[in-house]
Ligand binder design. Structure first.
Ligand code: CO
Length: 134
């Protein structure tokens, strides 16, 4: 059911510093910072030949990554994003197999402007999984 790995997301405290490390130390192609108030994060996308890295910094009060950074003060891998062809069909098939979808279960428009859902990390070996309609 799942397709390509769309991105690996890394939560960081200082996105400018993290972007500079990816650009200057690792020599990667790094986007501008984009504030996403609806998602409570600032994002930078790093484009690799076969996938992307999404850097996330908390934005505003109650950011969904604030608790993660309390537990992981140095930052860390926050989620993996897999592509699916039809996000509602994927959700229904996953729920039928007992996987838990976070929130109200309805796809939301994510950081790439495409519908996304998140799956409970306890159902996937401690890894938060994002599904994005390709
Ligand atoms: Co993501």
């Amino acid at each position: 059911m799942i397709g390509r790995l769309n991105h690996v997301a890394i939560a960081v405290r200082d996105i400018a510093k993290a972007a500079a490390v990816y650009r200057d130390t690792l020599g990667a192609q790094v986007s501008e910072q984009v504030q996403q108030p609806a998602h409570g994060v600032t994002t930078v996308f790093i484009t690799l030949p076969n996938t992307k890295i999404e850097l996330l910094e908390p934005l505003g009060e109650g950011s969904p990554i604030a608790k993660f950074l309390e537990r992981n003060p140095e930052g860390g891998i926050h989620h993996l994003c897999y592509e699916v062809d039809d996000i509602r069909a994927a959700r229904d098939a996953l729920q039928a197999k007992g996987a838990r979808v976070l929130g109200d279960g309805e796809p939301k428009i994510g950081a790439h402007g495409k519908p996304v859902l998140f799956l409970h990390p306890k159902d996937f070996f401690g890894t938060l999984v994002e599904l994005e309609q390709a």
